[in-house]
Design a binder for this molecule. Structure first.
Ligand SMILES: *Cc1c(COP(=O)(O)O)cnc(C)c1O
Length: 387
């Protein structure tokens, strides 16, 4: 199989699994049980993981709060800041039209509960223009949530500048850095944000673990109530093996970032230029330069992304289409519509997301397989005939 869907998830790497295994076995203790060695050993691993993550993201150890997913971190940031803001008479939330559903649907939920939400538009590259935030933000705004890098089209947003604008108006700033962490430099201090979400399974840790980095001095209401874990802010016995796995996975990703980026970018650029050369009527989606190293997203006019995906699957290539088929809906992706694609073109979109385990040979293989599939599908398409 050729796996070009690394933005959906990645496998746990053997080195990460090795780091995790002791915490399923001899070091199984509850980190809250401090009166015997098994508990102390788990606690030590937990705090060591916190230190590793803080080192990778350039934040303080005390700013790292573990969660059970990237979605949970996003929910906590946005709901928490919105609730805290309301106590100060602020009922406005600002986000962008291209956020992940973990942020977008949280905002829709809050809208139903009386908050005002502004969905900032993006330009044709998927960039949030700072001026649009300047125009929208005011002293009623509690939180601005804009992603560091988009999961569908790979566009990297000018977060440091946007955070500065939010702060000038007295609003908090959250960034969903789930696609960024471990892939591009993700420096909490340099970004100047108050809240930052990550998720382990996008960089070779298991699914079901994440973190919300919360700036020192900022205390959000709890999302999960219960025991005193995570300084009383996020209850639930810590998932020690997964947290340890996430810490080492992030460390390996950051230690090897330069080398991996070079390799991944080369594969990405081969795919982009290859598709543009070999297939007519295509459009690259997302920003050409301010783009995740592993993201390729194309619209293929006159055909459906779904059919392309199925044909590629029959050839053992795993990719993702631009339609929200995961949710069982036939609507095209909100991200592709937000960058101005008409429905019929958004429907013919494909995302190839490249990871460190992919090879140039796989890219070349794809460039052999894809053009005849596109040609075959177009030959069957009435839209193509009448173009
Ligand atoms: C995957 C993803 C999430 C959700 O993370 P989970 O750990 O799967 O809940 C949130 N935001 C972005 C940008 C993502 O790519």
């Amino acid at each position: 199989m050729i796996y070009f869907d690394n933005a959906a998830t990645t496998g746990v790497s053997p080195e990460v699994l090795d780091k995790m295994l002791p915490f399923f076995k001899e070091r199984f203790g509850n980190p809250s049980s401090q009166f015997y060695e098994a508990g102390r050993s788990a606690k030590e691993a937990l705090e060591n993981a916190r230190e590793i993550i803080a080192g990778c993201l350039n934040c303080d150890i005390n700013e790292v709060f573990f969660t059970a997913s990237g979605s949970e971190a996003d929910n906590w940031a946005v709901k928490g800041a919105a609730e805290a803001g309301l106590a100060k008479g602020k009922n406005k939330i600002i986000t962008s039209a291209i956020e992940h559903h973990a942020v977008l649907n949280t905002c829709k939920y809050l809208e139903k509960h009386g908050y005002e939400v502004v969905y900032l538009p993006v330009d044709e590259n998927g960039t949030v223009l700072p001026q649009t935030l300047k125009d929208a933000v005011d002293d009623k705004t509690s939180i601005v949530s804009i992603m560091l890098a988009n999961n569908e089209i790979g566009t990297i947003e000018p977060i440091a500048e946007l955070a500065g604008i939010a702060h000038e108006a007295g609003a908090l700033f959250h960034t969903d850095a789930v696609q960024a962490a471990g892939h591009i430099e993700t420096d909490f201090k340099a970004l100047g944000v108050d809240l930052l979400s990550i998720s382990g399974h996008k960089f070779h840790a298991p699914k079901g673990v994440g973190a919300l980095i919360t700036r020192k001095g900022l205390r959000l209401p709890n999302l999960i109530h219960g025991g005193g874990q995570e300084k009383g802010r996020r209850a639930g016995t810590e998932n020690v093996p997964y947290i340890v796995g996430m810490a080492y996975a992030l460390k390996f990703a950051c230690d090897n970032m330069e080398e991996n980026t070079k390799k991944i970018k080369a594969i990405r650029d081969r795919l982009i230029s290859g598709i543009e050369e070999k297939i007519p009527y295509v459009k690259l989606n997302g920003h050409r330069e301010q783009r995740l190293p592993g993201n390729v997203n194309f619209s293929f006019k006159y055909i459906e992304g779904e059919s392309l995906m199925l044909w590629l699957d029959m050839n053992s290539v795993a990719v993702s289409s631009g339609s929200a088929c995961a949710s069982g809906s036939l609507d095209p992706s909100h991200v592709l519509l937000a960058i101005g694609l008409p429905h019929e073109i958004a429907h013919g979109s494909l995302r190839l997301s490249i990871g460190d385990l992919n090879t140039m040979e796989e890219a070349d293989k794809l460039l052999e397989i894809l053009p005849p599939i596109v040609e075959k599908l177009r030959a069957m398409s009435p839209l193509y005939e009448n173009k």
